[in-house]
Design a protein around this ligand. Sequence first.
Ligand SMILES: [Zn+2]
Length: 429
Amino acid sequence: MPSAPPPVALSGRLAVPIDIDLLAASVRFDPVSQVAEVSARLELRLPGPAGCPVFDLRQPIDEAALDGTLLPPDALGYCDMGAGEDARMRVVDVACSGGSAHQLELRYRLGTPEAPGALPIGWSPGGVSWDLLMSDLEPGRYLEMWFPANLCHDTLRIELDVEVVGTDRPHVLLANGAVDENRPGAQWSVRYPRRYTSLSPLLALVPADEVEVRHCRTEAAGKQLGVKVAALAGTAGDLDAVTADTSAWLSYFAARYGRFNGSDFLAVLWGAPRGMEYDGATTTCAPALEHEVFHSWFGRGVKPACASDGWIDEAMASWATASRRAATGRFQAEELGLDEEPSLLYPPHPWSRHTPREAYGAGSRLLSGLAYMAGGAAQLRSALAAWFKAYGGGAASTQDLARHLESWCGRDLGPWWDRYVYGEDGTAG
Ligand SMILES: [Zn+2]
């Protein structure tokens, strides 16, 4: 089950998690003045006790109003919730009663998000290049980089209106939601599926002369899927070949692990040597394509119940695909005792919100040990298919995974979780 972190007492105030029902935002890009203005509205509710609502937005706020009453921007200041400065949240300095519903409206201009590794908007003559460019590896790198948002456990409706003004240069908007093009090349409405969370939506906006797009259809486990592959300028390689590879990976994963959630897959290719997964979508370099498509089953098909559960999908993807960061080869099954180096894959603080980099190497080593216990790689792959069947379209936790795999491995996995997931070396008193 997805889980919100607990309330935090902060100098006389109780900062409480919220449920967001709707994020509705409009973004207006003006390439001539190189300004992007946002007007955003959150419909939210306090699911638990009374207190000050907590959300995040890694942009400086110009104007704010709660339920129609103006608030000074410093009444929505950043607070360290105990998981460190990088994992800070914004706390609305208004006491709200438990169970109450509210509307928060914000206006601001988009700059480079105040989060580690975030990149600025790209401006060119008459053009804008903008990518949500999320990351699991650093806190504050999901939707909250650009829009007011919750942590990644919360499902919400996301409605974005995007406009490029003051230029004749047409643009292309790519998104893993329903896109209506209201003014060709210049204005779009995007409506994302209701099951999405802050780590789900892909959006890339680029000048039309800097992108090449291919469409095809493929059959995946008896279901027709639309496949769209967009190559940004600077992408090396043959777009038709990458489109064929994308279709093949989709068919293969559907056959082995279960039916794809949704009816369309979107891949945005770039030249940079990196990749990121979204629900039924990826932005990636070609060598990471298999790993990122796999995440539409494990990571964004089954989502992490909270950010600290994010190690699970990197461990699975590193073990089951040709991942360069894996400690062992694809589908390794190698005995794992309780004497190897401990690893911390699950950050313990409930307001933590990053995936440790050890998730790839130590995570795939753990899975190779679990494959050995399960009787081989084929058995562990069947266990992954059963995991997807049980949790696909929803979320699952680190504890859920231990319970799931215990039946496949025929033993109590507690000691392995303590050492290789929670980082305990057994010497603590
Ligand atoms: Zn990954």
